[in-house]
Design a protein around this ligand. Sequence first.
Ligand SMILES: *Cc1c(COP(=O)(O)O)cnc(C)c1O
Length: 496
Amino acid sequence: MEQLMYQSTRGDDQVVSASEAILRGIASDGGLYVPTVIPRLTTPLTALAHLDYQALALQIMSLYLTDYTEDELRNAIMQAYDHTFTTPAIAPLVPQGDVHFLELFHGPTLAFKDMALSILPHLLIVAAEKQGLTQEVVILTATSGDTGKAALEGFANVPGTKIIVFFPEHGVSPVQKRQMVTQAGENTHVIGIEGNFDDAQNGVKAMFTDESLRTSLKQAGYIFSSANSINIGRLVPQIVYYYYAYLQLVNQGVISAGQDVNFAVPTGNFGNILAAYYARCMGLPIGKLICASNTNKVLFDFLTTGIYDRKREFVVTMSPSMDILISSNLERLLYHASGQNAHWVRAQMQELTASGHYQIPQTVKTKLAPFVGGYASEEETALAINQLYQERGYLMDPHTAVAFVVLQKYRQASGDTTPTVVISTASASKFAKDVLSAIDPKYKDYDDFALLAKLGQLSSQPIPMAVQELEQRTILHKKVCQKDEMRLMVENILGL
Ligand SMILES: *Cc1c(COP(=O)(O)O)cnc(C)c1O
């Protein structure tokens, strides 16, 4: 098979192999790696319908990671999607009335980030071997709550790696924070910053493109890589579950192969929904991609007006993993939608940095037609959690609930009756207080940990071990820094 190569969205002409793109994380011009062509999956859907998750993952990932051997990919897949997921289905599709929830939270850290971050370390180790790397890989990561823990879990004690995670000290849920600051592993470092996720992400991106830092890193025997969804090694594994959801609908007799399905995706950094877009480009019959935002509705505004404007108040919501004003992966969509016009993308990104906004021309906006933007207020989100619980006894976490609300609004406005999958991104137990308070305000006075047992009773589901034992764990990471001190922290950790 011919090799699929990757290039930067900002026009750095150099093309690189998949393993090199994964190893680098981000291009040196600050752009994101994208495949030079999006491959088509030509196997008929009916021939895929009975594959298990691992076999399907192999089919799809081998189209993108063409410089990995089949054995290398299979090994990575088998090590990632194993008993650390609490269901053999890995990503079960659960019908509730006229909505199908694709539950992506049965991995070790109870959020959808596990779908990609359980496999990324294995892909990265193979990449390092392929590239004959002698340096130690430093995974530098900004998190809005869930990536941090999933990446720590994936990279803890992996030989030849260190991982440094920055999270907004006051912008994650208590369970999310406790998961990170209790992380064991000689090679793990967790630091709170006095700032929000955008500050953390900007700080990390700046370090990736800093020439002088790169030089001193190299001298000290290190190389940076990223576990954020800017890494193409995060995006590719996420394509798999869109196919998997579709095929489950076929197997459950809800649709016949070839019929359109819509997906409603709770969106922050635009990584999850971009994977759905790739699946659509590969030939999966997807109608609309419903891009759901919380009060930080920069993407809704962008999709409706064509103007991206981050100059607005940053609001802390109960869906913290979507509290983002600069959605990095949108850059990849702009690249594809503009006919791979890297010069133009670079100019938009410069404009965004310089003035906080940019506007796309009608020709590009037309290409975004599969996307529908929508948003949910905090009140609407809480109401939806309550209503679905009262009607069906099913508990949604606040992120999933945002997508659920946006789907209802879209259905009402459009009359679209296409079967729809809501991407369920986190276990309600990660957000026990907000979920229970939505059902009964009396829970507002309790803390998340005190409420876990109650949540278990209500949902008649056992509380996952991964949160149950958290409160007893020793806090191992106590560092907090200002947002302009991130580089200093990294230099200290690495002894530069
Ligand atoms: C990360 C995350 C999201 C947002 O996903 P993006 O790929 O950043 O758009 C939504 N919900 C949860 C629970 C998350 O952890």
